[in-house]
Design a protein around this ligand. Structure first.
Ligand SMILES: *Cc1c(COP(=O)(O)O)cnc(C)c1O
Length: 271
């Protein structure tokens, strides 16, 4: 794939390889310790490497190292990066398939039409108005693609899997929308997703609240996931766990972990 003789470049790839391998070991180890009912038949949690703040070159290196899923939290950054990665990989001989892009950040409804151009998953659906916007965006992208006016996107062929992001902050207000839906509204939002043409409910997602024990938060997420799966058996995804709490998330039954800094290194502090 990307062949280079630049020693700095080779150094970065080696560094990523080493960090990636350590994270994969942690996932394996954590998965071995899972209780049987949280082990998903022995299937390992999927690793989504969150590449926000790092360049397309790093995504290409990760792809070379076998990473198949990457996460981003801002459309302004993800859109151009996904396009650059796709173009570079398509030029390779033989062409390499791009990674799946998982959108994991707060999403404004007016950005939905951009995100559906590259995203294979959206982890951060937390309100009905965003469901409406995403459904509309998928349907209009499909029409444009059929008319030859848009490049193919993952949502042209399959309904876009969306996760209900839950706010697990113990003092969450029912209408406080920063970073997730109130736990009491999760099932309703799952129904809205499933009832929207072009979308499907894939499961649930959360970020452990600051200053709280992640184990408790992920336990709540697990219970909410069970509620959702009773009505939507295919909505099995539980996206939980970042660099600092990967182990707690996997123990609680996470199917997807979103790891940034432990693979890519520290991000600049201001964002
Ligand atoms: C940045 C980010 C991550 C990765 O966080 P790290 O602590 O760097 O592993 C995971 N999930 C979301 C929603 C993020 O924004």
């Amino acid at each position: 794939m990307t062949t280079t003789t630049d020693p700095q470049d080779a150094g970065r790839t080696a560094e990523l390889a080493q960090r990636l391998s350590a994270v994969r070991q942690r996932i394996l180890h954590a998965a071995e310790g899972r209780a049987p009912e949280r082990a998903h038949g022995g299937e390992l949690p999927s690793l989504v490497v969150v590449t926000k703040f790092f360049p397309a070159q790093d995504v290409l290196r990760l792809r070379e190292l076998g990473v198949r899923a990457v996460g981003e939290n801002k459309d302004q950054e993800a859109g151009p990066k996904a396009a650059e990665v796709a173009e570079t990989l398509a030029r390779q001989e033989p062409p390499v398939s791009p990674p799946a892009w998982h959108f994991v950040g707060q999403l404004q409804s007016n950005k939905a039409k951009h995100v559906v151009k590259y995203a294979s998953w959206v982890h951060s659906v937390d309100r009905p108005s965003l469901v409406t916007a995403l459904g509309k965006a998928v349907r209009s992208h499909r029409n444009a693609a059929l008319a030859g006016d848009a490049r193919p996107a993952p949502c042209d062929d399959v309904d876009l899997p969306c996760l209900v992001q839950v706010n697990l902050d113990p003092v969450a207000e029912p209408d406080g929308h920063r970073g997730g839906a109130h736990p009491g509204t999760v099932l309703e939002l799952a129904r809205t997703l499933e009832g929207t043409e072009g979308l499907r409910v894939g499961g649930v997602m959360a970020v452990a609240p600051l200053g709280a024990e992640p184990r408790e938060a992920f336990e709540t997420l697990w219970k909410l996931s069970q509620d959702v799966q009773r009505e939507f058996p295919d909505a099995r995804a539980i996206s939980a766990g970042m660099s600092a709490d990967l182990e707690a998330a996997v123990a609680a039954g996470a199917t997807h972990v979103r790891i940034g800094s432990d693979v890519l290194g520290p991000r600049p502090a201001v964002r």
